[in-house]
Design a protein around this ligand. Sequence first.
Ligand code: IMP
Ligand code: MG
Length: 327
Amino acid sequence: MNTLVVGLQYGDEGKGRVSAHFGKDHEWYVRFNGGPNAGHTVYHDGVKYALHHFPSGAVLGKKVALDAGMVIDVTKLFKEWAEIVKHMKGKQPKLYVSKDAHMIQYDHLVRDEEGSGIGSTKRGIAYAYGDKVLREGEKAGDEYAKEYSPLRAMGVKMYSGLPPCIYDGESALYEGAQGIMLDIDYGHYPYVTSSSVFPSVIHNITKRIGVMKAYTSRVGNGPPMYPEVEGLSEAGDEFGTTTGRRRRCTWLILKELEYAISLLQPDEIVLTKVDILDKLNTIGVWMAPDELVEFKTRQEFENFITTVFPQITWISDSPDGELRRVK
Ligand code: IMP
Ligand code: MG
């Protein structure tokens, strides 16, 4: 069995924890898009990990692959690796890296710092993908071939082709980064990230899981242009894992979710952070830009949303509660 986890909104839906839950029976975790612009918060054995390159399986002792399609900042990868090793009492992550992933260079960081005005995470993402498409990039294979590459210091195993799990017949969880509304092709261009949020190769995926939060959050410029709900960012502790920026928050946007679901066509959806809604006086859902429906209790909201989206089969609270089956 191979499972795919993709965010249905603007990232930060809680994919890290959902992946940790669904990957229990898988031998591998694979990241296939983006780079250190991602921030996945994972709680394990009482430790909170803020992961950027690594999929959540790294702290669960699984084999992890950074696949072609990703962009890697080797300095940041090394820091993250050292942090994981420290918390895992010296045990090293089993890290595999595709020779075809691309490297983020210092110059990409400088150019992203100057900025294109869309409010990026300033991790050099657009410039690294830009050089890749211009055919001027440097691949992870080139980096590994250097005399003093940190990749070797980390004991990374390099591979070409698909992640080794495919050839070895071992199961994998494919952990998406960002969310469909930030997709380079299908998102709110140009206020998007620079990669696809879908894997480029269908790695025998048998189950697709969409993750949606009980409300909408957005970090960076651009849509959605719905009024912010006062107190929601604070109630949900919506501050970026990667940049610390406060996320703008509003209610769920029904039309955008319908669109995202039409693209992923998930077998199951996990609705996350519903407990946050208890902290607010009313709970809303945007049916259209000028049409808001309101609910008095979280139960009313849950009844409504699981009827509109019957694919919702799991619900979870924040930050580290277990997933509950609703159907
Ligand atoms: P970039 O990916 O750093 O180029 O940023 C492009 C846009 O995507 C900006 O609006 C970012 O805030 C947003 N973005 C990129 N990665 C994430 C993420 O992991 N979570 C939330 N927003 C993200
Ligand atoms: Mg995040």
